[in-house]
Design a protein around this ligand. Structure first.
Ligand code: TDX
Length: 288
C-alpha cells in the first residue's frame, strides 16, 4: 500500500488545509466525525465543531473545486423505534435525532442536501446502522465489552439491556459506500444495513459464551440519558437499485472474528483502555 497512500493529519475545520487537499482530489469521502453518544452528553461542543463546522468546511471546498462528494452518516438521525414497531427506517423517514451527537449528524446531512439543491454540488449521502469489527475505539459497546472480558472485568450493560441495535460489519459498510460512489445517483440518500437487529443483552451473552465465560457474568450500570430504544434499517433501496449485499455470513461469525482481532492486537487498544474506563467510572455505577 505504502506509496499509494498519503496520510495527512489535520482538522477538517481548517479551511486552508482542506482547500489545498480538495484541490488535488477526484473524490472526497467524508467519514470524519465525533461519533460517540456518551462523549456528546459530557461535552457537546466538539460535536458541533467537527460535525457541523467541519462538514460545512468540506462542502465549501468541494463547491469551489467541483469535486464529487460522499457524506457518511448514521441511522441515528431518524431517532428511535419502539421494540414492537412494525416499520424500519427508510430514506423517507423524518429526521428526529435524540442526542447532541445525532443532532449534529442530522445537521450535517441537511447541509449536504442544501448544498446539492442550492449550489448543485455532486453529492450522495449514506446513513448506516451500528458498525462493529477491527480497530473500533474501546469506548464503543462491543470493543468495550471484549476488552473488559480480556481484562477480567465484567461487561457493562446500560439500563435493562433490551435496547436493540442493527449490527453491520465495518467491511460491509465500506463496500456499500464504494457501491454508492460507483453506482449511486447524485443528490440521493441510501440507507445501509445488514438486517442485523440484536438486543444488547444478547450481544453480551454471545460475547461471553464465545470467550468461554458464563453468559450471566455481566453487570447492569446506570442507563444513558435519552437512550434510544431501537434502531432498524430497511436496506431495500441499496439492495435492489444498486445490487449491494453484505458479505459477512452472520453477526455471530463476525463477532467471533472481532474477538480474535482484539485478542491479537492488544498493542492497538491498550493505550486507550484505562482512560476510557476512568471516564465511564466517573458517570456510571453498577445497578444491583
Ligand atoms: O458500555 C456500554 N454498555 C451498553 O449497554 C456501551 C458503551 C454501550 N451500551 C449500549 C448503548 C447502546 O444501546 O450499547 C448500544 C451501542 O452503544 P454504542 O456503541 O455507544 O453505539 P450507539 O450509541 O448505538 O451509536 C453507534 O451507532 C451509530 C455509534 O457510536 C454511532 O457513531 C453511530 O452513528
Amino acid at each position: 500500500m505504502g506509496s499509494r497512500v498519503h496520510v495527512v493529519e489535520g482538522d477538517i475545520t481548517d479551511a486552508a488545509l482542506v482547500d489545498r487537499l480538495v484541490a488535488d482530489a477526484d473524490l472526497v469521502v467524508h467519514f470524519a466525525a465525533e461519533s460517540h453518544n456518551d462523549n456528546s452528553l459530557t461535552d457537546p461542543w466538539p460535536f458541533v465543531h467537527t460535525n457541523v463546522i467541519g462538514t460545512y468546511t468540506l462542502l465549501e471546498a468541494v463547491r469551489r473545486h467541483g469535486t464529487r462528494f460522499h457524506h457518511v452518516s448514521t441511522d441515528e438521525v431518524y431517532g428511535d423505534l419502539d421494540l414492537d414497531d412494525p416499520v424500519r427506517f427508510t430514506e423517507a423517514t423524518a429526521y428526529n435525532p435524540s442526542s447532541p451527537y445525532s443532532s449534529t449528524k442530522g445537521a450535517s446531512d441537511l447541509l449536504v442536501r442544501a448544498w446539492v439543491r442550492s449550489f448543485g454540488i455532486a453529492a450522495t449521502i449514506s446513513n448506516c446502522s451500528n458498525n462493529y469489527g477491527p480497530r473500533q475505539h474501546v469506548e464503543k459497546f462491543i470493543p468495550r465489552q471484549i476488552t473488559n472480558v480480556l481484562d477480567g472485568i465484567r461487561p457493562k450493560l446500560y439500563g435493562d439491556g433490551l435496547n436493540v441495535r442493527d449490527w453491520i460489519h465495518v467491511d460491509d459498510h465500506n463496500r456499500a459506500v464504494w457501491t454508492i460512489i460507483e453506482r449511486g445517483h447524485v443528490g440521493e440518500t441510501y440507507l445501509i444495513g445488514a438486517d442485523g437487529e440484536v438486543d444488547n443483552k444478547t450481544v453480551v451473552r454471545d460475547l461471553l459464551e464465545l470467550m468461554g465465560r458464563d453468559a450471566d457474568d455481566y453487570d447492569h450500570v446506570t442507563d444513558r440519558a435519552g437512550h434510544d430504544r431501537r434502531y432498524a434499517i430497511d436496506p431495500t433501496r441499496l439492495r435492489t437499485e444498486l445490487g449491494w449485499a453484505p458479505e459477512y455470513p452472520s453477526f455471530r461469525e463476525g463477532l467471533a472474528a472481532t474477538i480474535e482481532w482484539y485478542r491479537d492486537n492488544e498493542d492497538w487498544w491498550r493505550p486507550q483502555k484505562d482512560a476510557t474506563e476512568a471516564k465511564y467510572a466517573a458517570v456510571q455505577s453498577i445497578v444491583p
